[in-house]
Design a protein. Structure first.
Length: 107
């Protein structure tokens, strides 16, 4: 699983790839378009919320971070250890109807 530190280093060294799905979700975000710089800002305040060890081709993790404008963002990242490459699988603003404090799914 990618750690917060792995993802931060990938962003610092410009070793980040956005999947086509992520770009689509960021563009069509219901709470307003998400820009790459916002994801980058969120990475540096991120905390890991969940792991998806069975994802292919790489395990992934769900992170929560905050932009400079205090916008909460969730982003799922896979990590290619050999290449030191963070792959953004998706990014979205957590819907407060579905998430408590942007951290826990409501039951």
């Amino acid at each position: 699983m990618p750690s917060v530190e792995d993802v931060r280093i990938a962003f610092e060294t410009d070793r980040v790839l956005y999947s086509q799905h992520a770009r689509h979700e960021m563009r069509d975000e219901p709470f307003g378009r998400i820009r790459e710089h916002e994801v980058s800002e969120a990475v540096f305040t991120a905390e890991q919320l969940d792991d998806y060890p069975d994802e292919e081709p790489y395990p992934s993790s769900l992170f929560l971070g905050w932009t400079a404008a205090s916008r909460p963002l969730h982003f799922v990242v896979s990590y290619d250890q050999e290449a030191g490459l963070a792959i953004i699988v998706t990014a979205y603003e957590p819907d407060p109807r579905l998430w408590s404090n942007s951290r826990e799914r409501k039951k």
